[in-house]
Design a protein around this ligand. Structure first.
Ligand code: BV8
Length: 232
């Protein structure tokens, strides 16, 4: 049985990283139009880089929680394929040992030249004057997918959804496309669907089953059950 798991900011909340749409979340404190769009970056690159520098700093010391660790354990022990597609830009899945992983919204670990498209490992602190190592122009930006930009590796994600037997969404509000539409693709392919979240997401009605609670409790219990032969 092949499994596709979509994760969102909620899986990293118990590792101390902010979510977006919860009370006190990033988009409750900042306007996404200013900080997570190409237009916002063009208007005020220093403000956008400062926003991502602060988050990159927080990610550097964050540790994976029991939910990330359980998913890595599932990948290692499961006889079928397990693919984690994360909307998150932190590296907690990697730190927990997950290997088969797609960062559909990019990652803090990457830098991108807005002028020539060159990519390189991100410095801890980015400044607007930082020259691109390839073209030397001061156009350094986070290698992260902003609103209006195309998410990464969609063909591979769509192929995995079309072939999976089980689709699980963990810690996502189901409000951002195209990730929010993955459950519909999985259902069309005949997969069972399960949502593990603190509260019902905007896509909750499309899931066959749902459990509410903190990911660090729900995910290890779900993985334990799956590996012990219990139905997903
Ligand atoms: C695209 C950058 C075309 C990364 C992000 C109007 C104008 C412009 C665009 C649009 C528009 N209308 C629609 C769009 C499309 C837009 C979109 O969907 N907008 C929505 C908001 C209306 N999407 C895009 O622009 C995307 N690109 O569409 O391109 C295209 C499409 C297909 C094919 C080709 C081209 C690009 C979207 C990516 C934007 N980047 N941020 C960063 O800075 O991190 S958005 C941001 O939202 C993050 O990426 C984040 O990952 C994503 C989703 O949020 P969640 O992860 O779900 O987090 P959230 O806080 O919302 O929810 C957390 C959940 O966890 C909650 O339910 C909570 O209850 C739960 N939780 C909390 N604690 C716990 C928990 N669960 C368990 N345990 C806990 N402890």
């Amino acid at each position: 049985m092949d499994i596709v798991i979509l994760t969102g900011a909620g899986i990293s909340a118990e590792s101390g990283l902010s979510t977006f749409r919860d009370t006190g979340g990033l988009w409750a404190r900042h306007d996404w139009r200013d900080l997570a769009t190409p237009a916002g970056f063009a208007r005020d690159p220093a403000a956008v880089l400062a926003f991502y520098n602060a988050r990159r700093q927080a990610v550097r010391t964050a540790r994976p929680n029991a939910a990330h660790v359980a998913l890595a354990r599932l990948e290692a022990a499961w006889p079928g394929r397990v693919l984690v597609v994360t909307q998150n830009v932190d590296d907690l899945h990697e730190k927990a040992g997950t290997r088969n992983l797609i960062h559909m919204h990019g990652a803090h670990a990457g830098a991108l030249c807005a002028a020539c498209g060159h990519r390189w490992p991100a410095p801890l602190v980015m400044a607007p004057a930082d020259p691109c190592p390839a073209c030397a122009r001061p156009a350094t930006r986070p290698d992260i997918v902003w609103f209006g930009e195309t998410p990464r590796q969609l063909p591979a994600i769509h192929a995995a959804l079309a072939a999976c037997d089980l689709f699980v969404a963990i810690g996502t509000s189901g409000r951002v496309q195209p990730a929010a539409g993955f459950v519909r693709r999985a259902r069309t392919a005949g997969a069972r669907t399960l949502e593990l979240n603190l509260e019902p997401s905007a896509q909750a009605a499309l899931f066959d089953a749902a459990l509410q609670g903190p990911a660090s409790r729900l995910v290890p219990a779900w993985v334990e059950g799956l590996l012990g032969g219990r139905a997903p």
